[in-house]
Design a binder for this molecule. Structure first.
Ligand code: G3P
Ligand code: CA
Length: 357
């Protein structure tokens, strides 16, 4: 210890004060990385209001004021980086009509021209008639370049990109492809403008090798190949009907197991973790609750940020915020901005209309 340190320690002891604690709070951690705090992460764009991962979803998220446009990265058969969440195109396009013989094929089985021939919007109008818009019919699958165009298009609102490598084992070299694409357009020049994420530790480590200076987040999941749960029946074995309620009761095997995954995140070069959350109303987006206060404290103590997925309702925004998360992946960008007291320039319907939808 230096002389200065000895005198400081003596002074603290004489005054009866406890030793100063290193700042490990989320705000400081985010600031050090150039990451917004608390972060509003538009999950597949403003995907409550418009078809996920399409132009209106990303344009609306941008115009509402999201900090980040979240996207799932895959690669076409002819090597183009595209933005699609599912492994196949069944749920979010008319692939079954356009390419019936390949309707269940992975995204990587299609060329960009084939993907661009799909209608990636009409499914939304059918699934959510109360939010349907005629202009959503015929929307296109987007490339990474096109999402960058959208993020850059409004000079007053320049969201970052929060990019997930999806099924990266299907796309060897995608981490380097991504580095080249981002570098070529100057997206790596501003700290925190891009955040990289993956459930796959190996892919995260490859991203770290390719882009050591870019913040990375390991997505956390309770289950096979990820955080090991306490012993017990699986959902199928349990005979229960409410999967969300089942998942909400699941816990990591013990604290050491949760800590092990935080250490995995650090070892892969991550500055944060992206845990799942249980939601008050249950539903398909409700998973094991990995945002419990002790978990977030442990993450912060290790110098890791916490961004929870995927939360859309005020009651859940409040709970996960009280539990200590530093940002939220949401389908409802506007609702989260309002919750954080940041407001929105105009309502979603007006912004969509003025964008031509
Ligand atoms: O990337 C965070 C969250 O999006 C992870 O879940 O399945 O929606 O990509 P998923
Ligand atoms: Ca994602």
């Amino acid at each position: 210890m230096s002389f200065k340190g000895i005198f400081l320690g003596l002074g603290i002891a004489l005054l009866g004060l406890s030793a100063p604690v290193m700042a490990r709070d989320g705000a400081a951690l985010a600031k050090a990385q150039g990451i917004a705090y608390p972060a509003v992460i538009a999950h597949r764009g403003a995907s409550f209001d418009a078809p996920e991962s399409t132009a209106p979803a990303y344009e609306l998220a941008r115009d509402l004021g999201a900090d980040y446009l979240e996207l799932d990265l895959q690669r076409t058969r002819d090597g183009v980086l595209v933005v699609v969440h599912d492994n196949d195109l069944h749920r979010t396009s008319d692939v079954a009509e356009r390419f019936p013989e390949r309707k269940d094929s992975p995204v990587s089985a299609f060329t960009l021209a084939e993907l661009k021939s799909l209608d990636a919007g009409s499914w939304f109008n059918q699934a959510y008639p109360e939010r349907a818009r005629a202009a959503f019919a015929g929307l296109k699958v987007l490339t990474l370049e096109e999402v960058m165009d959208i993020a850059e298009a409004n000079p007053a609102l320049r969201p970052g990109l929060y990019i997930e490598t999806k099924v990266p084992n299907l796309f060897p070299g995608i981490e380097q492809d991504l580095q080249r694409a981002l570098q070529a357009r100057g997206w790596l020049d501003v700290p925190g403008r891009v955040v990289l994420q993956s459930f796959d530790r190996d892919s995260l480590a490859l991203l770290h090798t390719a882009m050591p200076q870019v913040p990375k987040v390991l997505l956390l999941w309770l289950g096979k190949g990820h955080i090991e749960p306490m012993p017990g029946p699986t959902f199928a074995e349990s005979g229960e009907r409410d999967k969300a309620a089942f998942l909400a009761r699941q816990q990591p095997r013990d604290r050491a197991e949760f800590e092990r995954w935080l250490d995995h995140a650090k070892a892969a070069g991550a500055v944060g973790v992206g845990p799942s959350a249980a939601l008050a109303a249950g539903g398909e987006q409700s998973y094991a609750d990995l945002v419990q206060p002790w978990m977030n404290r442990m993450a912060h103590d290790k110098g890791l940020l916490v961004h929870a997925y995927t939360v859309d309702e005020a009651v859940d925004f409040q709970r996960v915020s009280d539990a200590g998360v530093d940002g939220i992946f949401t389908n409802r960008t506007g609702a989260l901005l309002r919750f954080y007291g940041r407001g929105v320039p105009q309502d979603e319907a007006i912004l969509l209309k003025s964008g031509g939808y």
